[in-house]
Design a protein around this ligand. Sequence first.
Ligand SMILES: *[C@@H]1O[C@H](CO)[C@@H](O)[C@H](O)[C@H]1NC(C)=O
Ligand SMILES: *[C@@H]1O[C@H](CO)[C@@H](O)[C@H](O)[C@H]1NC(C)=O
Ligand SMILES: *[C@@H]1O[C@H](CO)[C@@H](O)[C@H](O)[C@H]1NC(C)=O
Ligand SMILES: *[C@@H]1O[C@H](CO)[C@@H](O)[C@H](O)[C@H]1NC(C)=O
Length: 545
Amino acid sequence: MAPKKPLGLPSLLLLPLTLLLPQGGLPAWLLRKPNIRLRTSDPDFLAAVDSWFKVLLPKIYPWLYHNGGNIISIQVENEYGSYRACDFSYMRHLAGLFRALLGEKILLFTTDGPEGLKCGSLNGLYTTIDFGPAENMTQLFALQRLYEPHGPLVNSEYYTGWLDYWGQNHSTRSVRAVTVGLENMLKLGASVNMYMFHGGTNFGYWNGADEKGRFLPITTSYDYDAPISEAGDATPKLFALRNVISQFQEIPLGPLPPPSPKMMLGPLTLYLDGYLLDFLHFLCPQGPIYSMLPMTFEAVKQDLGFMLYRTHLSHTVFEPTQFWVPNNGVHDRAYVMVDGVFQGVLERNTKHKLFLTGKMGAKLDVLLENMGRLSFGSNNSDFKGLLEAPLLGQTILTQWLMFPLKIDKLVKWWLPLQLPKSLHPQTPSGPTFYSTTFSILDSGGDTFLFLPGWTKGQVWINGFNLGRYWTKRGPQQTLYVPRPLLFPSGALNKITLLELENVPPEPQIQFLDSPILNSTLHKTYIYSLSDDTPSAPQPMELSGH
Ligand SMILES: *[C@@H]1O[C@H](CO)[C@@H](O)[C@H](O)[C@H]1NC(C)=O
Ligand SMILES: *[C@@H]1O[C@H](CO)[C@@H](O)[C@H](O)[C@H]1NC(C)=O
Ligand SMILES: *[C@@H]1O[C@H](CO)[C@@H](O)[C@H](O)[C@H]1NC(C)=O
Ligand SMILES: *[C@@H]1O[C@H](CO)[C@@H](O)[C@H](O)[C@H]1NC(C)=O
């Protein structure tokens, strides 16, 4: 066994505390000032930052290491150099604020990828770098040395896996690559923080999104192929990493907690509660907001979820006519109905046109979904909703009613309105609620909700918003359901789905005892008809390999 080597500071097992601004961590209400320049020295932004840190940092102060606590260092900003603003006065402001509120003794540091060091580093803040096992660490630590000639080599985000985007392949990093990378860094005496050690779940609406030429929303699961699984279980990667660490530092002895029990249940048949449009009065009890031109989510203080935009056709449209929103102005998906009949979907960067017909006075409903805000990269002011007035042919559509929807409240409190069960859904259905009840045994455990054949939507268990599913696009096929969300045996649990596009012929779900995060079966999802074909597009799947 190799001799135990001292580790650099901060030591491996004391993870640096990442304090704001983590990815995705800015509150949406900042965008209620439409001209705010986020993450810059814009006074409106600095005022919000100051008021936040003036409350937070004094709470942190007693827990600093030299005050007897366990916080050995604090990160300022996060990969700021990857953000286009490159505003050094903003970084200087943050550094001054942290120093003023935390004193001189605490080590403050920055974190950037190699391309971000230039704009992310600042004198007085210790520069660290982040990279994954595939990178050339000799080269990258040499780059860190350009900024920090002395002091520890620090990889502040060592990527143990990677996140997933809807419609792309599941990401993994092999145990071997991750352990070899760690071993090599520790041999150099470098300090390492693993990102992620435990990735977890983007429950509810809380996923972020990246921008790589186009908008890429992140999946509900943030399992990340991390050493601790989404369900909190030790994986082979954890044991392998522990072995590596044990060559350099004594590790605590004693057993690890065993994996949590898992359970299977179902299949269960779900029942139609009704179309979303039928519940509008319950979903928006305060009534709609009127505006000549559509307003963004932010302008009407709808931070998350869904908003319905409604107008009426001002003349009869006989021939299929192009319905579209200029400047990629659908943020992020639009589900379009004419007189309640689902017409199809528009999607940011992906699907820009539909072809509609309708009589004068027909009701045009456009349900907008916020798919999660940009949480990395150069664009952060990611307004949601209809950013421009839609056009039908040459006509700009005006006179909009906007219904900010409180879906979570309705799902939590409603007694399902007893619509006749004989009501057959249209195909494709458009936004529709389905639900059922079920009970579990006391021996039940964590479980993974599988939604075979469903298209895309949101799902709740006992009123808790589990997150988005997108079976048709993948790669994620199951949603993690922690056992504490379920009532003990005897009590009825309720599952509610908002299916946005199309219900399968057998409206069933299942609970599995292990996750499926890597389905390539439906991974390529395109529309069969090109944007220019004048008829209602139908979703088509291309099966994978
Ligand atoms: C890593 O980078 C160093 C320094 O540029 C270079 O000498 C070395 O060959 C590289 N290693 C690999 C495996 O590419
Ligand atoms: C996704 O996975 C498939 C099958 O493993 C592979 O053929 C394809 O090249 C992958 N796509 C990307 C973008 O990596
Ligand atoms: C990001 O901003 C640039 C410049 O304004 C723009 O060209 C690009 O389309 C934006 N990307 C997204 C995903 O909105
Ligand atoms: C998906 O993951 C499972 C479980 O880890 C594995 O058995 C299977 O081979 C994977 N499938 C693909 C296509 O990668």
